[in-house]
Ligand binder design. Sequence first.
Ligand code: GLY
Length: 367
Amino acid sequence: MKNLSNRIVTINRTPIFFGINCLSSIDRFIGSLNPCGIFILVDENTRTHCLPLLLEHAPLLAHARVMEVVGGEGVKTLENAEKLWSILMAEGAGRYSLLVNLGGGVISDLGGFVAAGYQRGINYINIPTSLMGMADAAIGGKTAVNLSGIKNQVGFFHAAKAVFIFLRFLDTLPKEHLRSGLAEIVKSTIISNPVLWRRLQNYPVSRLLSQPPESAFWQKLILSAVTFKNKVVVKDYRETKFRKVLNFGHTIGHALEGYAQRVGGMPLLHGDAVAAGMISAAYLSHLKTGLAEQEMKSISRYLREGYGTIAVDSSSQAILLELMMHDKKMSGGRLQFTLMSKPGFPVVNVPCDEKEVLKSIEYQCCT
Ligand code: GLY
């Protein structure tokens, strides 16, 4: 098996340590920051399944103060950030303390937010333990909490000092979370790498999930997503324009997630929502930016096979539109989408009217 470990790409001077041996550098890296007090943010799962592995590789962290929050998107609140700030203060954390975020996207969003706000910004490191975190959330300095049911409404750009992508953490993930994270990788592949996208179509999601994430093709996919994310962030850290390419499938995906939270019941995983959002985005791309029908069908087929569809009845349409209006992707009162003209060629800021959006949601669930 080809081993892509220890590849380092840099993003805004934030090194990304990638691969199956990357944790061997962590002690040296932390030592170079010379932190005055180290804190580790975990949830109950990463405390049990990932922290022992991290401590094995990083004896420097043995005396760190561990702060635990409950898992899940619901923990990303101002109230919980305040609780964590209070712990940092009570424990005497100062400007030169270091926060290590050990977890998925929720932990890096919340921990990054806490680091950005505490004493006007302290250093932090992201050690993503989920595929979604590795491919997307942990990279790029976006930090946030949710407000009044709107995802990531309050946050800062505050870049991590480093990101360590250690693939063995993926072994601790339940299959449905691996599948969910894979949706971000599929997104990244479709919008950035047409050659890899053609290859990926021979690997249905179910086939990929039957292989270990350390296998060569998985490593290739993850590294391609990490490299692309890095490239995007280097080009447009503050999302003035180009970074919006990463939003492919996310406008409708976020609305579906918000809707699922409102109605309760079975939580909808981010990746399932984004997969459905990408089917809609493929439809809109065919309608608005010239994506060939054949490509639209290939994308839809791959995602439907891997993720199914999300049923939306007509009474939910108004709520979905309202949620999209609150999303940060609005401009001048119009809904704006990231679409593409062909795989590898995303197009940002495409205005679509409500009728077109509702049609694309219908296409996602009913065709
Ligand atoms: N997750 C999208 C971004 O980092 O911009």
